[in-house]
Design a protein around this ligand. Structure first.
Ligand code: PLP
Length: 404
């Protein structure tokens, strides 16, 4: 290691996103000027920003129907309700994911059954096949943007009659084998929370091709009897009985957020290219570091590199923590999925003590080595190269003194 690498410190912020595009700011100001923020509060012949957002997102991912809602978590619990999950039902989901996912299952009174994670950071398809008879629904989390072999996963689920709901909080703009993330299963759910791929502070989107599920989701979200205003929703016949039997569990999106989101959606492909340039820069700087494993991305996976994961496989907790401490001292904020207690946004399947989770030793071994880092678009390529040099230097130092 050279002295320069030892002395360098990163000064940027891992939580600083880009500003809202000017076009979005102007559209938001226009909404505030006219004051019609509620999605059903429109002037004659006006199409609400929320409706336009739904139409544009449906077109972007090639879905028949789209519903904009208050959060990604709300989209997931609404999807679970809309496909018919009832209190006490079991729902399969990932052991490696974040709190909103088991939370969405708990929100409908159902019980998560965790499926393990592989060292490629995707859901373990053998474990899924083994547990396929335990539930009728899989809430599949594409955690940190890693897509499982979706063709194989859908085969398993089709054979077992499992309905798949995709959590695409980290995969808006991604695809497997040319099919957009969120379009493999029956319902796709996306988040517009600040740290995801489009930013309205909070917000969510739900897509499906199933008219009945779309109608239920629209009624659930709080459409009253104004469902015909959903131009990205199913025809009014789909609501005939559903409108009487579906409770209103308000979680609508408003026109202000939709106005902010529309120009960001238009730029999604360009943002994906910029994220991936940053991801590849970090990857290049970390390749062939002794003790450190970089995740190989499959050729079928078109990912969005908005975060970076690396593995310190077989390291002791003390050694991993030494790396985290030393990187933090040089301005590089890393998160770890091996900690005994949840920290910040990071938690693991055994942190959610409202779930009776069975021990998962193989997944524990993977989680114990996962290091995770945000890559906001405010980082330059030089920033990414510097961050990689710092991680490489500190991993090497600790590896040489502790692990080898
Ligand atoms: C952010 C996130 C969600 C959705 O979260 P909201 O904050 O409710 O929009 C879902 N799944 C994962 C893995 C997430 O990180």
């Amino acid at each position: 290691m050279n002295d320069a690498a030892q002395g360098e410190v990163f000064k940027g912020s891992f939580t600083q996103q880009e500003p809202i595009p000017e076009e979005g700011i102007e559209a938001a100001v226009a909404v505030m000027r006219h004051g019609r923020l509620h999605r059903y509060n429109t002037a004659p012949n006006e199409t609400a920003e929320t409706v336009l957002l739904e139409q544009e997102f449906a077109a972007l991912v090639g879905a028949k129907y789209c519903l904009a809602v208050a959060s990604g978590g709300y989209a997931m619990s609404t999807a679970l309700r809309a496909v018919g999950v009832q209190t006490g039902d079991r729902v399969l989901t990932n052991a490696f994911t974040l709190a909103p996912v088991p939370g969405a299952i708990a929100a409908v009174g159902a019980v998560p059954v965790f499926i393990g994670v592989t060292d490629q950071l995707v859901i373990d398809l053998d474990d899924l096949a083994a547990k396929a008879d335990q539930a009728d629904v899989l809430l599949l989390s594409h955690m940190r943007g890693h897509l499982a072999d979706m063709d194989a996963l859908m085969r398993i689920c089709r054979q077992s009659g499992i309905t798949v709901i995709e959590d695409c909080a980290h995969t808006m703009g991604a695809a497997w084998n040319g099919v957009p993330s969120g379009r493999h299963g029956t319902v796709g759910c996306y988040s517009c929370q600040t740290y995801k791929h489009v930013n309205s502070g909070e917000g969510g989107l739900l897509v499906t091709d199933d008219a009945e599920i779309a109608a239920r989701a629209i009624m659930l979200s709080g459409s009253y009897m104004l469902y015909e205003r959903h131009l990205a929703g199913p025809p009014k016949e789909a609501f005939e009985t559903i409108r009487f039997e579906t409770p209103n569990i308000s979680g609508r999106m408003d026109n202000l957020r939709a106005a902010i989101l529309r120009p960001q959606l238009r730029d999604l492909e360009e943002r994906r290219a910029r994220w991936n340039a940053r991801y590849l820069e970090v990857e290049k700087g970390l390749k062939d570091t002794a003790g450190l494993t970089v995740i190989q991305r499959p050729a079928q996976e078109a990912f969005v590199g908005s975060s970076f994961q690396l593995l310190l496989q077989g390291w002791s907790a003390d050694a991993v923590q030494a790396v985290l401490r030393r990187c933090a001292a040089r301005g590089v904020e890393l998160k770890w999925f091996g900690g005994a207690e949840p920290v910040g946004f990071t938690s693991r399947y055994d942190s959610w003590r409202y779930v009776d989770a069975l021990p998962m030793p193989q997944s524990d071994a993977v989680l114990a080595g996962i290091i995770d880092m945000r890559v906001p678009l405010t980082f330059s390529l030089e920033d990414c190269a510097l961050i990689a040099r710092i991680i490489r230097a500190e991993v090497s130092t600790v590896f040489q003194s502790n692990v080898k």
